[in-house]
Ligand binder design. Structure first.
Ligand code: SAH
Ligand code: SF4
Length: 358
């Protein structure tokens, strides 16, 4: 049985490798040759690590096969945004999006194939839940880019692709470590953002981590009634409880708010949102509605979006109306969706049937 080192933290992978080398009577310095090949100077397979003795490489490939994501499609947007569609070993597929901005390259990664939460405005939500990704599959979205081209190494990572990261906490917990540690990708915690609708028990676990990872919370509505119309998860984790959890969070929070025409974009909604954001000193990210969600939803008019942003600022809230990136290749926030060939229609799990998932 081959051990999936890429699903372990760098420390655990080193320990596993060290024990294996010791059992084979290999010199201790081998570990310094092997470990960097996982994350720092990644290879597609051990046979490519030409600094290792030729006899050792196939043995390593057998014992610790490095699982690959297979690139199915690569699209480049007119604004420089790149979308990568990866096939997983079992035929499931996921997407990641690389967004260049000045010196920054932000990679938006997926934590699940599909999503069970069915937010009405979200394309991933409409495809339903397929499965959780392993830690190796999540981190390999970065690893595969570096193998293709070290210049693609992202400076920032956001968990804003497909899936709800806090419904796949164990794998995401490990991946956060791999992304952050110097023996992993060495990306500063402040450059790693987890986005969630607010799965409270796991939000508490995320909050307990010592590193300064950033938190973005998908709010999208300032009242429980309106939030319930847009996000079935409101039935389980209610807005007042979410706000209470955020007040206890020790670091500054970003609130995500998609502006939907005639739904949540009134000045009254802006005032209500300001009342939530102010005591938290939260930053509010306003997003234009992208296509791919329920067809009866329309984006907010440009003038309404600007008025909404202005109103928040007048109420002393730091708000930013985001530009859409990668729209022409369906790579914008909330647009990621994969039709899987040759399988039955994805089954949709409704949030209320979902109480067992935590
Ligand atoms: N499940 C997590 C992370 C993935 S969703 C979450 O919901 O936070 C990534 C972001 O895309 C979220 O902020 C989500 O609200 C936003 N989004 C979803 N559908 C969208 C749409 N149609 N237009 C704009 N943003 C959307
Ligand atoms: Fe899932 Fe996030 Fe999309 Fe909601 S917005 S359906 S939680 S991916």
């Amino acid at each position: 049985m081959s051990v999936d080192l890429l699903s372990l933290t760098p420390d655990a992978a080193r320990q596993t490798l060290a024990a294996w080398l010791a059992a084979r009577g290999e010199p201790a310095y081998r570990l310094r040759q092997l470990a960097p090949r996982l994350w720092q100077r990644p290879v597609a397979r051990w046979s490519d690590a030409t600094d290792l003795p030729a006899a050792l490489r196939p043995t390593l490939d057998e014992a610790f096969s490095l699982r690959r994501l297979e690139l199915r499609t690569h699209q480049v947007s007119s604004d420089g945004t790149e979308k990568f569609l990866w096939a997983l070993a079992d035929g499931e597929a996921i997407e990641s999006v690389l967004i260049p901005e000045g010196k920054r390259r932000t990679l938006c990664i997926s934590s699940q194939a599909g999503c069970a939460l069915g937010c009405v405005f979200c394309a991933t939500g409409r495809m339903g839940f397929r499965r959780n990704l392993t830690a190796g599959e999540i981190a390999s979205q970065v690893r595969e880019l570096v193998i293709r081209d070290p210049n693609l190494r992202p400076t920032n990572v956001v968990f804003m692709g497909m899936g709800e990261p806090l419904l796949n906490w164990d794998a995401v917990d490990t991946t956060l470590t791999t992304l952050n540690q110097p023996e992993g990708f060495g990306i500063g915690a402040r450059h790693i953002t987890l986005s969630t609708v607010g799965i409270l028990p796991n939000l508490a676990k995320f909050a307990q981590r010592d590193e300064q990872f950033r938190l973005a919370v998908s709010l999208h509505a300032p009242t429980p009634a309106l939030r319930l119309e847009l996000m079935p998860i409101e039935r389980k984790y209610k807005l007042p409880d979410l706000m209470k959890a955020l007040r206890q969070f020790r670091r500054r929070v970003t609130l995500e708010y998609v502006l939907i025409g005639g739904k949540n974009d009134s000045l009254e909604a802006a005032d209500q949102l300001a009342k939530l954001a102010q005591p938290l000193d939260a930053l509010v990210n306003l997003l234009p509605l992208h296509p791919g969600g329920a067809p009866d939803l329309t984006p907010s008019a440009r003038a309404s979006m600007l008025a909404f942003e202005r109103r928040l600022k007048q109420r002393g809230v730091e708000a930013v109306l985001r530009r859409s990136r990668g729209l022409d290749i369906s790579a914008a926030c909330g647009q990621l969706r994969v039709e899987v060939e040759g399988t039955a229609r994805p089954h949709k799990v409704r949030a209320e049937e979902h109480a067992h998932i935590e």
